[in-house]
Design a protein around this ligand. Structure first.
Ligand code: F6P
Length: 194
């Protein structure tokens, strides 16, 4: 069986400030995670010559994958974080205060809520389709370094979780989720690296 490893990028400068979206670099803690992730991947996949590392096109995932040596890296725009449109760069507090209606509608239906000039979780799920097809086609392990909303959607697909749960799945930073698809179903392991 061929494993898929899912991880968020290391802590970003916006994560530190509680701001959503953006395209910031990673913090010192994020850089430490990047090193630990590289260590983990190089050890686990040392006999997997055909393995590959997939990132989004945003700096924080590319920087997180950069210390990993020995495997090809592929950037997918479809792995970019949910587009938060006019709310990009804001904190949840700022959205609540300055755009209370938007805040409330998202709270009411986080799955279907679409940020003005941005995306909804349903939009993200839809744009991930080609990534999922390609992931299922792979014979070798893949490490996916992406973002919270995107990883919720990917995880839900492989772990067969209902749509309505997607926006609420726990996806902590600095944790690798390993998914093994065998004949008997899906097995999952989590590695909290820091
Ligand atoms: O805060 C990090 C982040 O990746 C944001 O960029 C993104 O908008 C958010 O998480 C998605 O999580 P939620 O749907 O819970 O707001």
């Amino acid at each position: 069986p061929r494993p898929i490893f899912l991880t968020r990028h290391g802590e970003s400068l916006y994560n530190v400030r509680g701001r959503i979206g953006g395209d910031t670099a990673i913090s010192e803690a994020g850089e430490l995670y990047a090193k630990k992730l590289a260590n983990f991947v190089e050890k686990r996949l040392k006999n997997e010559k055909a393995a590959s590392i997939w990132t989004s096109t945003l700096q924080r995932t590319i920087l997180t994958a950069s210390p990993i040596a020995g495997f090809p890296k592929i950037q997918w725009r479809a792995l970019d974080e949910i587009n938060s449109g006019v709310c990009d760069g804001m904190t949840y507090e700022e959205i609540k205060k300055n755009m209370p209606e938007e805040y409330e509608s998202r709270k009411k239906d986080k799955l279907r809520y679409r940020y003005p000039r941005g995306e909804s979780y349903l939009d993200v799920i839809q744009r991930l389709e080609p990534v999922i097809i390609e992931l299922e086609r792979q014979r070798a392990p893949v490490v996916v370094v992406s973002h919270q909303a995107v990883l919720r959607a990917l995880y839900a697909y492989f772990a067969d979780r209902p749509l309505k749960e997607v926006p609420h799945i726990e996806t902590p930073l600095h944790t690798i989720i390993e998914i093994q698809m065998g004949v008997t179903g899906v097995q999952e392991k989590r590695y909290k690296l820091m």
